[in-house]
Design a binder for this molecule. Structure first.
Ligand code: GTP
Ligand code: MG
Length: 369
């Protein structure tokens, strides 16, 4: 579907944008100068001025370089991305907090000003990026879009509570995504802790602990007392070394939205997990039906940064609208292309919405007979 903005259309026809807006108004369409018009609407407007619109058949694929396989020599090691999952209140956030406090390098611990749900941690054994997923929303959304952003899942199970509904859900999510699972049996400091019960319940679900002759790595920890945290990090580091994680940092950035919000002062901001390439200030990008230009980048530590490479979470300012969690994010060569892709997506979305609306109406109609 071809899309054209009111301003561009006016320019091409040698008119003032206002003249087009007036005609649109006559057609019952309230439009702004930046509004993208679909083919049918553009045709109607053009005919008012004696023009014909030619369908160019815009396809974003024609403009994007195909996802080619990176040559081996362009690949550089990258930190593992680890998602913390588990039942509500089993201590996911506490565990992350404890890890950050223990391992965040000198002076940075106090500098954490905001919670963005993604943390870049420097440990003795190397860097690790953690994603905290309340309700697994982002993870689920990304999986639904077929995106693989996580290298490893740490399944947190409270030693006093055992395997619960969301523990099972987390296992299913991870398996469906093909992501290896490590277990952290948490709250070991509690007198009511019963790790053997947890191991038994996990074995019943096919996660047999190493100490029981299986191949599931299990760490017994207590976020509260910091017991076992070094061992846990050691296991993550070992596991990721085996995986030999690499990405090409020397190309346009691509990644996924971890979370996004509308900030009162800064407008739409989103945490992007970069998966390949390097994101820089000033880069033009597309994300869902929105285009944008990177106005500012902020690290998980709340510090302004100029760029962000593979595996890093970074807060991006400069979106046209608030994207959805799990949405793909990618940089393109220039602003015009970014807009063009975003416009054509927005129109496709509107067409899909309209189609589903009319279907609902028809169904409602049928069910009323
Ligand atoms: P949701 O994000 O709501 O799913 O919860 P969560 O899994 O992030 O759990 P959270 O870290 O918020 O911890 C829940 C409760 O368990 C809090 O009251 C913590 O203080 C407590 N808690 C977490 N870890 C430990 C631990 O190792 N020992 C003890 N005794 N309590 C813990
Ligand atoms: Mg939490």
């Amino acid at each position: 579907t071809e899309a054209i903005r009111v301003a561009d259309m006016a320019h091409q026809m040698g008119l003032k944008a206002n003249e087009i807006i007036k005609v649109l108004f006559g057609l019952g369409v309230m439009a702004t100068i930046n509004q993208a018009l679909d083919f049918e609407t553009a045709t109607l407007v053009a005919s008012e001025f004696g023009y014909e619109v030619e369908k160019a058949g815009f396809s974003e694929d024609d403009y994007l370089t195909p996802k080619e396989v990176d040559a081996p020599e362009t690949l550089k090691p990258r930190p593992p991305v680890v998602t913390i999952m588990g039942h509500v209140d089993h201590g996911k956030t506490s565990l992350l907090d404890a890890i950050r406090k223990t391992n965040v390098t000198g002076g940075e611990a106090g500098g954490i000003t905001q919670h963005i749900g993604a943390y870049h941690v420097k440990t003795k054994r190397g860097e690790i990026v953690f994603l905290d997923t309340p309700g697994h929303e982002a993870f689920t959304a990304m999986r639904a879009r077929g995106a693989q952003v996580t290298d490893l899942v740490i399944l947190v199970v409270a030693a006093d509570d055992g395997v619960m509904e969301q523990t099972r859900e987390a296992i299913n999510h991870s398996r469906a995504a093909g992501v290896p699972i490590m277990v952290a049996v948490n709250k070991m400091d509690k007198p009511s802790a019963d790790p053997d019960r947890v191991l038994r319940e996990l074995a019943e679900l096919g996660l047999q602990a190493e100490e029981w002759g299986g191949d599931t790595i299990v760490a017994k920890v207590a976020a509260k007392t910091r017991m076992g945290l070094d061992e846990l990090l050691e296991m993550v580091a070992l596991q990721s070394e085996i995986m030999e994680l690499k990405a090409n940092p020397d190309k346009f950035a691509r990644g996924h939205i971890v979370e996004a919000k509308l900030d009162k002062g800064r407008g739409p901001v989103a945490t992007v997990l970069i998966q390949e390439g390097t994101l820089r200030q000033g880069d033009n990008f597309v994300c869902g039906p929105f285009s944008g230009r990177v106005r500012a980048l902020m690290s998980d530590q709340g510090k302004k940064v100029k760029d962000a490479g593979p595996s890093l979470p970074v807060e991006v300012q400069g979106f046209e609208g608030v994207p959805e969690a799990g949405e793909e994010f990618f940089v393109v060569s220039d602003e015009k292309l970014a807009r063009r892709i975003a416009d054509s997506r927005a129109i496709k979305q509107r067409e899909r919405d309209l189609a589903s609306e009319s279907r609902v109406t028809l169904e409602t109609f049928l069910s009323q007979r």
